[in-house]
Design a protein around this ligand. Structure first.
Ligand code: SAJ
Length: 439
């Protein structure tokens, strides 16, 4: 074992190692807080001065982090933030938590990982451990990050410095599984990398799951999220098939879910939103395409999920038609715009596609979302209606897209002429009311 490794492992065990977290978003800030709470001195680095200023003012902008917690750690000198990547030179342990979005072309955008790696390369030193947390295709850590780090350095990975991948599993707003107690998979470029990075994470996280390589860790995350995307695609197609058969898909799913083993309940909806599930699997299919292999499940699920907003609009058109109305000129109220209930996140939300398609068909569309006062998207923008029940009364049809808990479903049912319910949100009160048409 090299002396650098011995010295680093001692600092990690004594928690005297200086930890740096690159990227202070919904993954990075909670991770920085968890390491600081474990006793490490932590520096959060982010180019966004608003985030840096907020952290240094002890003011949390992440729902899962209490401002009191952040303020205490900052006051105690355990956590600070900086926009200066040169601070990496002092760091013994670095966690990279930067975004991995898709480009407009649908290809992975690795620019954030690349620039983080290039910044790190300028400050790489012996006795440093680096962990990439951003969801990406198998091979990224070895092909992209390791190359960027060693391009102009004679430091040896696994001897002088240590590099691993550990997928984030943050689910904003969830209280049962947190950054601290969530089992954390971690795999290194070499066995020594796995051991050193696991030792670091074990100082702050309850359950660390070492695996044999960065590729296994990268692929495990993609299996997790592809599993969800494909199963959501399956139930969405079941919804389309059941509608053709005149069968209530919600009753079918509830019946199937009584099976005590070998079945996991997913429910249909207006499409697949969020910054993880619709996007992460496409990193995998993109990588396999470069190896001349078509990831058919991912492509098919993505096609079905992407088509759901159009299917919803077709169902609205049919429902209006049953009342002798055309979509063109109809007054429609979309209920819920966030990508899932009880959050204010619009990213990839199917509501955006449903509203856009209804506007294309010249419907007169308004929306309501208690968490999202205004939407600006492509060539249109809308404000959430203020008087919800009055807007429902004025509408030819209400389209339930996101079933927030704090809606008064009984009042909405009473004040609506017709409801296209894509979430079975009115199940308990509609009791077969012909006003409600289900997906
Ligand atoms: N959706 C359905 N039917 C379902 C489940 C979800 O239509 O049965 C839709 C949602 O409405 C949403 C999209 O799919 O538009 C994604 O929903 P999600 O429940 O997967 O929520 P996310 O995107 O916040 O996923 C995160 C993931 N966490 C991480 O990637 C770390 C996911 O792995 C979690 O399982 C999920 O949260 C969760 O369980 O809340």
């Amino acid at each position: 074992m090299t002396s650098e490794r011995k010295a680093l492992e001692r600092k990690l065990e004594e928690r005297t190692a200086l930890v740096a977290v690159l990227g202070l978003g919904y993954v990075g800030l909670p991770l920085a807080v968890v390491f600081a709470n474990a006793g490490f001195s932590v520096i959060g680095i982010d180019p966004d001065t608003r985030k840096v200023d907020a952290v240094n003012a002890g003011d949390s902008y992440i729902g899962d982090i209490e401002t009191e917690t952040l303020a205490r750690l900052v006051k105690d000198g355990k956590l600070k933030a900086s926009t200066d990547f040169a601070d990496l030179a002092k760091a013994d342990a670095v966690s990279i938590c930067v975004p991995t979005p898709l480009r407009k072309t649908g290809d992975p955008d690795l620019s954030f990982i690349l620039s983080a790696a290039e910044e790190l390369a300028n400050h790489l030193h012996a006795g440093q451990v680096i962990v990439l947390e951003s969801t990406t295709y198998p091979g990224t850590t070895r092909e992209l990050v390791l190359n960027a780090l060693t391009e102009s350095s004679d430091l040896k990975v696994g001897d002088d410095f240590f590099l691993a991948f550990s997928p984030e599993r943050v689910d904003p707003g969830r209280e049962d599984w947190t950054t601290e107690n969530m089992p954390k998979v971690i795999g290194g470029i070499t066995a020594a990398c796995t051991e050193v990075s696991a030792l670091w994470y074990q100082q702050a996280l309850e359950t660390v799951v070492p695996v044999s390589s960065t590729e296994v860790a990268e692929m495990a995350k993609l299996l997790e999220n592809t599993f969800r995307m494909v199963n959501i695609g399956l139930v969405n197609e079941m919804a389309v098939m059941c509608a053709r058969l005149g069968i209530d898909v919600w009753e079918v799913i509830d019946a199937a879910a009584t099976k005590p083993f070998g079945f996991m309940k997913f429910t249909p909806g207006p499409g697949l939103g969020g910054h993880c599930i619709p996007i992460d699997p496409l990193y995998l299919s993109w990588k396999l395409k470069s190896l001349n292999y078509t990831a058919r499940f991912i492509e098919l699920a993505s096609e079905i999920n992407t088509n759901m907003p159009r299917y919803v609009v077709d169902r609205v058109q049919e429902a209006l038609n049953d009342h002798g109305k055309a979509l063109n000129g109809s007054k429609l109220l979309v209920l819920g715009a966030a990508y899932k209930p009880d959050i204010d996140d619009l990213r990839e939300s199917p509501a955006l596609d449903v509203i856009g398609l209804l506007r294309e068909k010249k419907a007169n569309v308004s929306y309501h979302d208690p968490y999202i006062p205004r939407i600006e998207h492509e060539d249109w923008s809308l404000e959430s209606v203020t008087d919800l029940l009055e807007a429902a009364r004025q509408s030819d049809m209400v389209v339930m897209i996101t079933n927030h808990s704090d809606y008064d479903y009984a009042a909405l049912l009473k004040n609506s002429k017709g409801i296209l319910d894509t979430r079975n949100a009115f199940a308990d009160i509609a009791k077969g009311d012909p006003k409600v048409v289900k997906l």
